[in-house]
Structures are given as C-alpha cells and as structure tokens.
Design a binder for this molecule. Sequence first.
Ligand SMILES: C[S@@+](CC[C@H](N)C(=O)[O-])C[C@H]1O[C@@H](n2cnc3c(N)ncnc32)[C@H](O)[C@@H]1O
Length: 220
Amino acid sequence: MEGGGTPPETLKEERQSGCVPPTSLEGNSLKKSSWGFLFTGIVGGTLVAVYAVATPFITPALRRICLPFVPATAKQIENVVKMLRCRRGPLVDIGSGDGRIVIAAAKEGFTAVGYELNPWLVWYSRYCARREGVQASAKFYISDLWKVTFSKYSNVVIFGVPQMMLQLEKKLELELEDEARVIACRFPFPHWTPAQVTGEGIDTVWAYDASSFRRSKKRP
Ligand SMILES: C[S@@+](CC[C@H](N)C(=O)[O-])C[C@H]1O[C@@H](n2cnc3c(N)ncnc32)[C@H](O)[C@@H]1O
C-alpha cells in the first residue's frame, strides 16, 4: 500500500548516518525523562532546603549541653524588664533565640546584643529589630556562647537549662565586672544568692548582682 511519510530507503539511510529524527515514541520518552529530571530536582531541592533550615534547630539537641530554642513568654519578658529597672549600660542575651529579649531591652533604651548559634534565628532577629525600628541599638551575632567573653556587659540575660548553669556561673564570675547584674529566666544559678526574684512557675526570673556573688563564693 502506498502511503505518505518517509520512504523506507530514506529511513534506512538516516539510521545508517546516525541522524534519525525522534519518532513520536522516542519523543514521549524524552518528555517523560525531562519530567523525571524536573521531579527529582524539585524533590532534591526541597530536601536540601528542609535540611538547611531544620539542622540548626536540631543540632543544639545533639550537643553535650542541650539548649534548644524555646522562646521567652510575654510574662517572662515583662519580668526581665522589671529587673532591669534603673539599670544602665550594655546588655547581652546569651542564646538570643528570635531576639525578643534583646528587642524588648532596646525598646527600653538599652544598647542590646544577642549571641545565638542558629543563623536562621539571627537573621530573623535582625529582621524583627528592623521591623520594630530598633536596629541601631539591637545587634545580633552568630556565635557560640562558650566562645564569647561577656566582660563588657553590665546586664546579662540568660534563659538556659539546668545542665549549663554551673559552667556558666563559673564563666561569668571570671568575666563580669562588679557592677554587672545577671538575670536568669526559668532556671536559677546553683550557688548564687539572688538579689531579687519575680514571677512564678515558668515565668520566674532571678536577678543576681556580681558584687554579691563574688563576695559570697561558696562553691565546693
Ligand atoms: C531557651 S532559648 C532562649 C531564647 C531567648 N533568649 C528567649 O529568651 O526567647 C536558648 C537559645 O540558645 C541557643 N543556643 C543553644 N546553644 C547555644 C550556644 N552554644 N551558643 C549560642 N546560642 C546557643 C538556642 O539556639 C536557643 O535559641
């Protein structure tokens, strides 16, 4: 039967020369494989993005001292601000999370700094500080709290975990000036006697004065 299309001899020649135009079957499989590549790309990209975002939140739990991101409650922040009344000088929040304490302190007129290990939280804190109009007095740095020296701060805020408080107590005793005040949220320091305590339950906040914890060092 005579039909249209390429005569069989031409096809044979094209096949021999290696320049065969794709048949519709080959075209379909090419289309399928491009969809396959696209799908693999999207799934792979999504997994990489999820990994990049989630890892900084998960790794604190794998450290020797597990200090996860748990943001301060509004009441806790209110109690911290109460403990800062009549205080002056630079303030630091050790493990600043999403920056809420630093931003609250900056709104109270402090030059406030947050050190935080998780870069996403630092970038988000910077964004929030800008949004709240305190970017000039609220600064955030990606840093490991154990590698920072806190000697220049007269107001130190920490929302830590019980496992780290003894080690931090020793570090701050060595580093802080006598006029410094340390404010602990939710978990107190093991050996220091607080000058003031406010709030209750998870919102409890303790304030310690360096002059008095230096004098009454009674650790074993
Ligand atoms: C309990 S949250 C407190 C967050 C914030 N200060 C607040 O009160 O909302 C502790 C923060 O410390 C951070 N962190 C954990 N290990 C750290 C380290 N070695 N150096 C600096 N920050 C750390 C965590 O990522 C988390 O954001």
